[in-house]
Design a binder for this molecule. Structure first.
Ligand SMILES: [Zn+2]
Length: 258
């Protein structure tokens, strides 16, 4: 993987180190004007082709070499495939962490087993809250229904570019078994505001034809499949927004830019 690329000014870079095209090991980097923002740091799960392997973690070689430019990591929710690799990888990164109260508590409980636990800077953000101290990025959370409390989508803005909606895991459920229902009002408002640059969705089992059927007619953004099969549920929210065309990523290990 390229680690010494030249930054292009005012370009937004998208670089998944895990989670795209596979289930688990979610770790996404967004780059802007020399700084990297990390979203999630999850473990992956070995299958029967990996005997004696207990768990998988993302390969963080790239961001480890650029650790001085890593401004922080935001965790979307507390499932293992989103926070489970933190306790193994954080000592190599030592970046500030940002999460809702429930997710932050889960991280603290994992870190408590390690000698370095008191070195970690963990910021607690309210559900639906904002993160203003990760410049050049601005991050707003939107609460989503999921199978764990306090799952959040992230509205990530950098410079004068329209925002990226990083969905995390989510579903539409008026009576979720745990946690709150999806904040549809905020999602709809985001769509009505228009100008969404990209939806980075947890829906990697989508086929290209499915993506194009829903969003292919609109062409000023990109959709990055993650996992989960929920893209069709976005359609109702974001009908006004100029998302999305299918974009593949990382085939040559290079970051994408907008
Ligand atoms: Zn989840």
């Amino acid at each position: 993987m390229t680690t010494d690329f030249e930054w292009e000014k005012d370009k937004l870079y998208f670089l998944p180190l895990g989670g795209c095209g596979l289930f688990g090991a979610n770790l996404t980097l967004y780059g802007f004007n020399g700084k990297w923002l990390m979203v999630d740091c999850g473990m992956g799960f070995p299958d029967d082709t990996m005997p004696s392997v207990d768990l998988l973690v993302p390969d963080i070689t790239f961001i480890k070499q650029q650790r001085d430019n890593l401004i922080g990591c935001v965790l979307t929710h507390a499932h293992e495939d989103h926070i489970g690799a933190l306790e193994y990888l954080w000592p190599d990164l030592k970046c500030p962490l940002y999460a809702t109260p429930f997710t932050a508590a889960m991280i603290r409980s994992k870190f408590a087993e390690h000698s370095w636990a008191d070195q970690a800077e963990i910021h607690t953000i309210p559900v639906g809250g904002e993160i203003k101290d990760l410049k050049p990025f601005h991050i707003r959370m939107i609460g989503m229904a999921h199978s764990i409390p306090e799952a959040q989508s992230l509205v990530i803005t950098a410079g004068d570019l329209p925002p990226v909606l990083h969905t995390g895991d989510w579903k539409l459920d008026a009576t979720p078994c745990v946690g709150d229902e999806t904040d549809e009002t905020s999602l709809a408002a985001l769509g009505e505001a228009g100008g969404i640059l990209a939806v980075v969705a947890q829906c990697g089992d989508l086929l290209e034809s499915t993506v194009k059927r829903h969003f292919g007619a609109k062409d000023s953004g990109s959709l990055i499949p993650g996992h989960g099969g929920v893209l069709d549920r976005l359609d109702g929210f974001l009908t006004v927004a100029p998302v999305v065309a299918l974009l593949t990523w990382g085939a040559d290990g290079s970051p994408l830019t907008w």
